[in-house]
Design a protein around this ligand. Structure first.
Ligand SMILES: Cc1ncc(COP(=O)(O)O)c(C=O)c1O
Length: 413
């Protein structure tokens, strides 16, 4: 039996595709990029993304090409990508940021016309559908993360079309896995339990402040330190996961560990609870999308199709950075802030900058990624803090209306 095949079978039942189990979504993405892109290939992606994913793309020996994005959701805006850029890319990588779907039908059409692969990052989007079709079933391959929706802090999948490709990827994965260590497995099993205990005991604020004071957090800022000279040195060894490990492992050091039965057993239990988790997320999204900080696009979608089970709800707020600090006093620690956009963060040496970075900058600077499982607490905190909502500036470079981006994809359930 291939490693992780029971978990893979559970995922196959959910999405109806052949699945390879991986210890993380980042490893799943690395496998997909290595399998479908030759070294040196150019990958179109949104700059509003986790920096870890930028380093996964670099580790695979690829050139990240930053796309213009929608001001409403931070995902690639296919209509704003210049034709010259389309002609020069070899693959497209989606984000499905916070669970809001990419314009994946349009992207698929483009990729098919160009004969290039569409790789779906569905790490935030287990449970997201477009007109009833799950995200993760539109592309050549799709990566999922169990760390996100069921708070497992381990586990991922790569979904592909056929059993032959799956077997090929299982071999590639096995070559990349590092041997299991019992104490690491114990830590992986206990960490999510410790985290929920901290929440249940209302200890979020003191624990977070202590971690900050003791310098125990891996990021001083929203982005990890780039270490440009070292990164340039690693480029000479790409493609190589080992060469980029110091960047790729941030927030999840076991991202390529061959976890044993203890971790995988816990993941099976957590996966069995996934539908309950998604239902609670829908309830939280309903509450947050009724607030003044929700985007009109989300409000409309929720009214029309019911609330989607988002990983985070992107609320648009003024003076976001000050607010994040104040939220800690309300017991809310906010992660998954992707500011500045990747091209501003890494520069032209490491990425191809977006031809129009304005929407990404605005979205990255004003978004509060609100956990729908904490909807009540966040709504109360924002109300008490009298937080003004933010509205994207009107676009002046064309005569088009304010919603100049390609309209958001419908979120049918
Ligand atoms: C958009 C996105 N994709 C992929 C990943 C990687 O997921 P994992 O932590 O399971 O490797 C992350 C991690 O936060 C992410 O935010």
């Amino acid at each position: 039996m291939p490693y992780g095949s029971r978990l893979a079978a559970m995922m196959t039942r959910r999405v109806g595709r052949e699945c390879v189990y991986t210890p993380s979504a980042r490893l799943a993405l690395y496998l997909a990029l290595r399998r479908w892109c030759r070294p040196g290939a150019r990958v179109l992606m949104s700059p509003v993304n986790d920096d870890v994913i930028l380093f996964v793309v670099l580790a695979a020996g690829l050139r990240p090409v930053q796309a213009p994005v929608s001001r409403w959701d931070g995902n690639i805006d296919p209509a704003a990508v210049p034709e010259s850029t389309w002609r020069g890319v070899d693959a497209v990588l989606t984000t499905n940021l916070y669970g809001i779907p990419d314009r994946v039908v349009e992207l698929r059409r483009r990729c098919d016309a160009l004969g290039i692969p569409l790789i779906e990052d569905a790490a935030h989007a287990i449970g997201t559908h477009i007109n009833g079709q799950p995200i993760g079933t539109f592309g050549t391959a799709a990566a999922f993360s169990l760390s996100k929706h069921v708070a497992a802090m381990a586990g991922g999948f790569l979904a592909v079309d056929d059993a032959r490709t799956r077997r090929e990827l299982e071999l590639l994965r096995d070559d990349l896995l590092t041997p299991r260590r019992l104490h690491a497995d114990l830590a992986t099993t206990l960490r999510p339990l410790a985290r929920s205990a901290v929440r249940t005991l209302h200890l979020v604020r003191p624990v977070w402040r202590t971690l900050q004071r003791l310098n125990l957090l891996e990021r001083d800022d929203f982005r990890m330190a780039l270490h440009a000279p070292r990164l340039a040195g690693s480029a000479r060894r790409a493609p190589s996961l080992a060469a980029y490990e110091p960047w790729v492992r941030v927030d999840l050091h076991g991202f390529r560990s061959r976890h044993g039965a203890l971790v995988r057993g816990q993941l099976e239990l957590r996966m069995a609870l996934l539908d309950g988790d998604l239902a609670r997320r829908r309830a939280g999204v309903q509450m947050l999308s009724d607030t003044t900080w929700a985007t009109p696009a989300l409000r409309e979608r929720t009214a029309h199709d019911g609330p989607p089970p988002l990983f985070r709800v992107p609320l648009l707020v003024h003076d976001r950075d000050t607010l994040l600090e104040r939220l800690v006093d309300h017991g809310v620690v906010t992660g998954y802030v992707y500011d500045p956009p990747l091209d501003d963060y890494a520069g032209a040496e490491f990425v191809e900058p977006s031809p129009d970075p304005s929407a990404a900058r605005w979205f990255a600077a004003h978004t509060l990624p609100a956990d729908p499982l904490l909807a009540r607490r966040i709504t109360d905190a924002l109300t008490r803090e009298r937080v003004p909502p933010a509205h994207p500036p009107r676009v002046t470079r064309t005569a088009e209306p304010d919603t100049t981006t390609t309209p958001p994809a419908p979120l049918g359930q």
